[in-house]
Design a protein around this ligand. Structure first.
Ligand code: FAD
Ligand code: KMT
Length: 359
């Protein structure tokens, strides 16, 4: 531990916490520890498809910028390392519609390669669609393992521990980054974050393009070919905490992807497994500073990424670094004569109420 560097504790070891940790460590200015209840492969992040595509997350203008910054980061820092290392493949992404789409997605101006699909690119039964020529897809477990390796190689350390009281990490660091995903609901009492249950089916590899039919944002049909297999999806069931795969959902997903193209009919697929994850949904991704303990401690919130955690991860990590720098400069130094506030922790635990400030 280098005493000239500021200590930072990140709560959360999903794609958001790990990406933020890597960016902070790359500056050389911080000692960074991750504290997390669940580690890969037992995080929501590990249940993702995972495709670069802004989905079920707001606000769309910021999601657009974060998605483009993430795409740039993947192109410069991850794709060149090779698919064997990171499990990441560039992938053309198609979103298909059976009805005409007047509106382009609000995030599209941020993505130069975004365009409407040409007639000749359409699949039977579809009349409109969009494509992103230079998207990418990750074999999620392999990518998460690479993220952990990268974080540790930069000097980061990971403690598997649950944080019950948000004031606890401040005993050890003046700066804490809250990347707790859906856990923010309990950790800081943010009832605005809620689960959107997603179920996917992992099958033997299929055709080499990502196809999505999101005509209905709750009953999704998508096929995402990856390095070692493909993912079929999906569901978007709000406030549903069930982590067990549902046979009914599997059947309905198979029916939906079969409608995209006959090549995805069940008889042509070999099912390898099913996964369920609870997207940390929120009306708006929360990425902001909160000063605690009379301005002596900085809590940076980075959670609520819904269906786009991987798609915005590096853009949000870069903004986290900006927030840390801005917030750290404003921190009041602890006055030696102060009673160490955490000595009150046990006395006050019963009445502990971390104020949650609505955005
Ligand atoms: C089926 C499915 C498919 C998806 N596909 C895609 C996709 O193709 N592309 C895309 O961009 N996104 C996709 N997503 C969304 C993406 O998975 C999420 O947005 C992302 O995983 C959120 O990352 P996170 O790090 O915030 O959360 P998580 O991965 O849930 O990590 C949260 C971490 O915080 C820890 N934690 C929480 N509370 C506490 C506490 N009190 N104390 C200590 N630790 C705590 C947890 O243990 C965990 O380590 C998909 C999601 C699902 C469910
Ligand atoms: C439809 S975009 C890829 C899948 C996804 O992001 C999700 O299911 O959350």
């Amino acid at each position: 531990m280098n005493i000239h560097k500021k200590d930072i504790i990140i709560i959360g070891c999903g794609c958001i916490g790990l990406s933020a940790g890597v960016i902070l460590l790359k500056t050389g200015d911080y000692n960074v520890k991750i504290w997390a209840k669940d580690l890969p492969p037992n995080t929501t992040s590990n249940k993702a498809a995972a495709l670069w595509y802004p989905f079920l997350s707001e606000p769309l203008d910021k999601v657009g910028r974060w998605s483009q910054e993430t795409m740039d980061y993947f192109k410069k820092e991850i794709i060149p390392l090779g698919v064997e290392k990171t499990g990441t493949l560039t992938k053309k992404v198609y979103e298909l519609y059976r009805t005409p789409r007047a509106q382009l997605p609000e995030w599209s101006p941020f993505v130069p390669s975004f365009r409407r699909m040409k007639k000749e690119e359409m699949l039977d039964g579809y009349i409109d669609g969009f494509t992103v020529e230079d998207g990418f897809v990750m074999d999620t477990d392999q990518y998460m393992d690479w993220l952990v390796e990268s974080f540790k190689a930069l000097g980061g350390s990971i403690d598997q521990r649950e944080v019950v009281d948000i004031r606890e990490p401040f005993i050890y660091a003046d700066i804490v980054i809250n990347c707790s995903g859906l856990g923010a609901r309990e950790l800081i009492g943010d009832r605005l974050v809620y689960p959107s249950r997603g179920q996917i089916i992992v099958v033997d590899n299929t055709r080499d393009i990502s196809l999505m039919d999101e005509e209905d944002e709750y009953q999704l049909g998508y096929v995402i070919p990856r390095v070692h297999n493909s993912v079929l999806g999906g569901t978007n069931q709000q406030h549903n905490y069930n982590l067990e795969p549902s046979k009914k959902d599997t059947e309905e997903i198979l029916d939906r992807v079969a409608k995209i193209s006959p090549q995805f009919e069940r008889k042509n697929l070999k099912i390898l497994g099913e996964k369920v994850g609870l997207r940390p949904s929120r009306y708006s991704i929360r990425l902001e500073n909160e000063f605690m303990q009379d301005g002596r401690k900085l809590l940076v919130h980075n959670y609520g990424h819904g269906g786009s955690g991987f798609t915005v991860s590096w853009g949000c990590a870069l903004d986290t670094l900006k927030l840390v720098r801005k917030g750290a400069d404003k921190l009041k130094t602890s006055n030696k004569s102060d009673v160490p506030w955490y000595s009150l922790l046990n006395k006050r635990r019963s009445s502990s109420s971390c104020s949650f400030v609505n955005d």
